[in-house]
Design a binder for this molecule. Structure first.
Ligand code: 4AD
Ligand code: MG
Length: 458
C-alpha cells in the first residue's frame, strides 16, 4: 500500500485504509482498547491511533516505547470534537525501530534551558516544530518578496573576507589547521589576514551599482562576548541594497518587506502561530496583525532624546539617566520609546555620526548621519540601515575618523569614483524577526543549533 503523510490532506483520506510511518509521542494501554499518539513531522497536529488486542503486531505495539518508529495501517476517521482532528483505527502495527528507555523527551513540560542542551532532539517537540516551521516559511517569504514582488537580484556575499564591514572590531579570525599546528602560530588565510564576515553590505553595495536592486541572505558572525537573549555569535541577516535610493525609500522598503512577510505567515502558518500564542506569548497574533496594517511611527534621534528626558522629568528611572546628544541608546531606552511611548514599531532616524558606522551618509548638519533603525516592542532593534556616504573625500575622511585605514577598503571607496549616485540599504536580523513573530523570548530558541559564548555543543 502507498505510504501517506499525515499532511497529505487528511480530509480527502477520510474513511480510507492508509498506511503511515511515524514516531510515537505516547503509548497507553487500556483494557479493551489502547492508544498511540504519533507524529511524522509533516503536520502540527498529532495523529491518534486506536488499537485492539486482535490486530496484527499487537504484542510489539504494546511494548513500543516513546520515540520509537512504527508503521500503522488502518482506517482514517475524522474526530473534530477532540484535540486531535483525526485518528486511525489500526488493523496492523509494525514496530520498525524501538527506542531505548531513557528518552529525554518524556511526556512532561521541559524548561527551555534543558531543551537547549538537547538541540539534536528538541525540534521534535511541538513548540520547536512550530518555531522552525515559521522560520522556514519566513525565509521563503523573504525570497519571494524580493524576487517576485520587487524584482531584486539575490547576491551571495563571501563568508571569509578581509573586511570588517561595521568597523566595530568584532570579527572571528580565520586560520588553518596547518598554521595552528605550526609553532609560529599565525592567524592566517594563506599568509593573509582574514575573518568571518560581520555583514555582506559592502559587497552588496558593489552589486547594487550593477543591478540597482539586490539583497543578500546569509550567515554573519560577531565576536560579541555578550550573554544577552538577543545576541548570537552566528546569526542570519537579510541585507537589501538599492542604488539611487535614499533613507525614505529605505523606510518604505522595510515596511513593505515586514508587512509582506508577516501577512504570508498569517496566511500559511496560522496553526503554528496559534499554537505558539498558547505556549509563548498571549496576544501574539493580534500583535503581528497590527504590523500587517502598517502600524509604524517615525522619530528622529533628537525627538527620542526629548521623549526620554520628559520621561525622566516625570519620574521614570532608566539605568542610564544621563540623556545627551551623542548617547548610544540602550535597549532600555529603545524599548521605552516603542513599548511605552509609541506602543508600536518605531523608526528612529538621523543618529549622531560618532555612534554610527563610517559608511553612513553625513547629513548637511555635519553632525548626524542618514541612519535608520527599526525598534520593535519586546525586542528593541530589529533592523539597522542607512543611506550610504556617496562622496569619495567624505568617505575617506570618515574611514580615518573611525580608525580604519582607507587602503584596506580601497575597492569599496573606489566605487565612489566611477559614478555613484546614492545608495541605501539595511540589515534585518533574521533571528530577531523570528523571535518577534513566534513570541520566543530567547534568540537561542529560534536557531536550530545556536552559537553563543556558552553554546557550542553541536
Ligand atoms: O545594525 P547592524 O550591525 O547593521 C549592519 O550590519 C549593516 N551592515 C546593515 C546594512 O545596512 N546592510 O545589524 C543589522 C541587524 C540588527 O538590527 C540586528 O537585528 C541584527 O542585525 N544583529 C544581530 N542579531 C543577532 N545577534 C547579533 N549579535 C546581532 N547583531 C546584529
Ligand atoms: Mg545596528
Amino acid at each position: 500500500m502507498e505510504l501517506k503523510y499525515i499532511y497529505d490532506n487528511y480530509k480527502k483520506l477520510t474513511d480510507q485504509k492508509i498506511s503511515i510511518i511515524a514516531r510515537i509521542r505516547s503509548n497507553r494501554q487500556g483494557k479493551t482498547v489502547s492508544f498511540m499518539v504519533l507524529n511524522d513531522g509533516t503536520y502540527m497536529d498529532d495523529l491518534q491511533v486506536v488499537y485492539k488486542p486482535e490486530i496484527l503486531g499487537y504484542e510489539d505495539a504494546k511494548q513500543a516505547r516513546i520515540s520509537s518508529i512504527v508503521e500503522i495501517t488502518g482506517i482514517l476517521t475524522l474526530t473534530p470534537s477532540r484535540p486531535q482532528p483525526f485518528e486511525i483505527q489500526a488493523s496492523e502495527i509494525q514496530l520498525l525501530d524501538q527506542a531505548i528507555e531513557e528518552y529525554p523527551l518524556q511526556k512532561k513540560e521541559h524548561s527551555s534551558e534543558f531543551l537547549r542542551e538537547i538541540s539534536h532532539l528538541r525540534a521534535r517537540t511541538r513548540t520547536f516544530q512550530a518555531i522552525f516551521k515559521v522560520r522556514s516559511t519566513a525565509a521563503y517569504a523573504i525570497h519571494k518578496f524580493f524576487q517576485e514582488e520587487k524584482n531584486f537580484t539575490y547576491v551571495t556575499t563571501p563568508i571569509i573576507t578581509s573586511n570588517d564591514a561595521e568597523g566595530a572590531g568584532e570579527e572571528f579570525i580565520v586560520t588553518t589547521t596547518e598554521s595552528k599546528l605550526n609553532k609560529d602560530y599565525v592567524d592566517d588565510f594563506f599568509a593573509k589576514k582574514a575573518n568571518l564576515t560581520v555583514s555582506g553590505q559592502l559587497n552588496g553595495e558593489a552589486f547594487a551599482q550593477a543591478f540597482k536592486n539586490i539583497y543578500t541572505f546569509g550567515p554573519t558572525f560577531r565576536a560579541e562576548n555578550s550573554n544577552t537573549s538577543k545576541h548570537a555569535a552566528e546569526f542570519w541577516m537579510i541585507e537589501p541594497e538599492v542604488a539611487f535610493a535614499d533613507i525614505n525609500d529605505n523606510i518604505n522598503l522595510m515596511k513593505d518587506m515586514l508587512v509582506y512577510v508577516v501577512k504570508y505567515l498569517l496566511e500559511h502558518n496560522v496553526k503554528e502561530l496559534t499554537f505558539l500564542e498558547s505556549q509563548l506569548e498571549s496576544g501574539l497574533i493580534e500583535k503581528i496583525t497590527k504590523m500587517v496594517n502598517a502600524d509604524f511611527k517615525v522619530n528622529t534621534y533628537e525627538e527620542v532624546l526629548k521623549l526620554l528626558q520628559q520621561a525622566i522629568d516625570n519620574g521614570h528611572k532608566f539605568e542610564e539617566n544621563n540623556i545627551f546628544f551623542g548617547l548610544d541608546l540602550g535597549t532600555e531606552h529603545e524599548r521605552y520609546i516603542c513599548e511605552i511611548v509609541n506602543k508600536c514599531p518605531t523608526f528612529v532616524t538621523n543618529y549622531p555620526k560618532e555612534i554610527k558606522s563610517f559608511y553612513m551618509k553625513v547629513n548637511n548638519d555635519n553632525k548626524t548621519v542618514a541612519a535608520v533603525d527599526l525598534l520593535v516592542p519586546g525586542i528593541g532593534e530589529l533592523i539597522g540601515g542607512s543611506e550610504r556616504e556617496s562622496n569619495y573625500e567624505t568617505l575617506i575622511l570618515r574611514c580615518k575618523e573611525s580608525g580604519i585605514n582607507p587602503e584596506d577598503l580601497y575597492w569599496y571607496n573606489n566605487l565612489r569614483q566611477y559614478g555613484f549616485y546614492k545608495s541605501a540599504g539595511f540589515g534585518l536580523g533574521f533571528e530577531r524577526l523570528i523571535m518577534y513573530v513566534t513570541g520566543a523570548a530567547n534568540i537561542r530558541d529560534v536557531i536550530p543549533f545556536p552559537r553563543t559564548p556558552k553554546t557550542l555543543l553541536y
